[in-house]
Design a protein around this ligand. Structure first.
Ligand SMILES: [Zn+2]
Length: 380
């Protein structure tokens, strides 16, 4: 059963665009509200967690971003830290305009637009996720071309700086296996996106583990995902993982895009894909191909991709009932002011997933990571 036509809204952050998707009221939630939070706290503390969908632009603590900005002499629009914090995070969980969301990434990407800044950012995110949430499988995604000041900085320097940050974190936290995903953009022309994939392939042996695409649609028009098929094939042939941002918003158009992505690109994973919950055939195709959805509940609420917790619960239950594989992620913990543990607790609290289902989603996150387990050398 398809949901009623949804009203498209303005696109949002680099990964997301606002709308009101997913069949509202189409599924009766079978879980009671008020699932004991202590269960998931235990899960989070004792169990190594996997975070597969995390944007570098939304993942660095504001205090560290503040320091990086000043270390580089970037002229910020405010000299007050707290104003700056509100500038780069979804403050007070209030709905923001499209321009407001774009501003969030505008500043984080600008501040991260140097080798030194990228290295520090990656290093801090990987270590911070381990310390705060026991995240031992971590994939961090970013678009290097949005961090080289329009070509002023060399792309390889930016990418290698991210790899250095990864290496440094790996030395300090050998329990963590972390990888980088380079992102194409829906607003870029084909050549630019080709270059990003070429770079990903070129640095695959050093910690780049996959490719992705995100960003707003030009003019709000349906994005033709078939045009990036050659890049996706090249990445796959080179051994890289493929994940695609699709089906986060856009109503029927978004569902058509999911269908095209599933049929033509056959990615290993899909970023969000929540609109598939309104389409049994799509869910069947995703299940049969073993595509793993990376679901980010709080992000969906903050971007209005889902209207409320009830819609989150309905979406989750649909995926469970239809056997759609998924894992849970934050999208960007600092920008969204959430952490992976918060996401698990949210899902338990609203009765979206029980403890076994949470454990299964987390285990799937470890299994669906593009980076294979590290063999940590030990010396006597
Ligand atoms: Zn995203």
């Amino acid at each position: 059963m398809r949901p009623a036509a949804t009203r498209a809204r303005a696109p949002l952050v680099q990964c997301a665009v606002v709308s009101r998707p997913v069949a509202q009221g189409a599924v009766v939630a079978r879980r009671s509200v008020g699932y004991p939070q202590v269960v998931t706290r235990q899960l989070a503390r004792k169990t190594p967690l996997a975070e597969l969908h995390c944007h570098l632009g939304g993942a660095v603590t504001p205090a560290i971003m503040w320091g990086i900005a000043h270390a580089q002499g970037i002229r910020l629009p405010t000299k007050d830290y707290w104003e700056f914090r509100d500038m780069i995070t979804v403050s007070n969980r209030r709905a923001r305009s499209f321009d407001g969301y774009l501003q969030l990434f505008h500043w984080t990407e600008l501040i991260q637009s140097s080798p030194i800044a990228v290295e520090r950012a990656v290093y801090e995110v990987v270590g911070g996720a381990y310390r705060k949430n026991n995240v031992t499988t971590m994939e961090l995604r970013f678009n290097p071309m949005k961090r080289n000041r329009g070509g002023e900085r060399d792309l390889d320097h930016i990418i290698l700086a991210a790899i250095r940050g990864l290496d440094l974190a790996s030395l300090e936290y050998p329990q963590v296996r972390a990888g980088l995903i380079l992102m194409m953009d829906r607003t870029f022309d084909l050549r630019l996106n080709e270059i990003i994939v070429e770079k990903a392939i070129g640095w695959a042996s050093r910690g780049v583990v996959g490719v992705d695409i995100a960003g707003p649609r030009l003019g709000g028009a349906r994005y033709d995902y078939t045009q990036i098929e050659p890049m996706v094939e090249a990445a796959r042939e080179a051994g890289l993982g493929v994940t695609i941002h699709v089906g986060e918003e856009g109503g029927d158009m978004g569902r058509e895009e999911i269908g095209e992505v599933v049929e033509r690109l056959r990615p290993d994973r899909i970023g969000h894909g929540i609109l598939a919950a309104g389409d049994p055939e799509l869910m069947q195709a995703i299940r049969e191909l073993g595509i793993v959805l990376e679901l980010c509940p709080t992000s969906n609420l903050l971007t209005k991709a889902l209207p409320d917790e009830e819609a989150i619960r309905e979406t989750m239950r649909r995926f469970v009932e239809h056997g759609v594989p998924f894992t849970i992620a934050t999208d960007g913990p600092e920008m969204m002011r959430t952490h992976l543990r918060d996401e698990l607790e949210l899902l338990a609290r609203i009765g979206a997933l029980d403890e076994d289902e949470l454990r299964e989603a987390n285990a799937r996150g470890h299994a669906a990571a593009f980076r294979r387990p590290l063999r940590v050398a030990t010396t006597a």
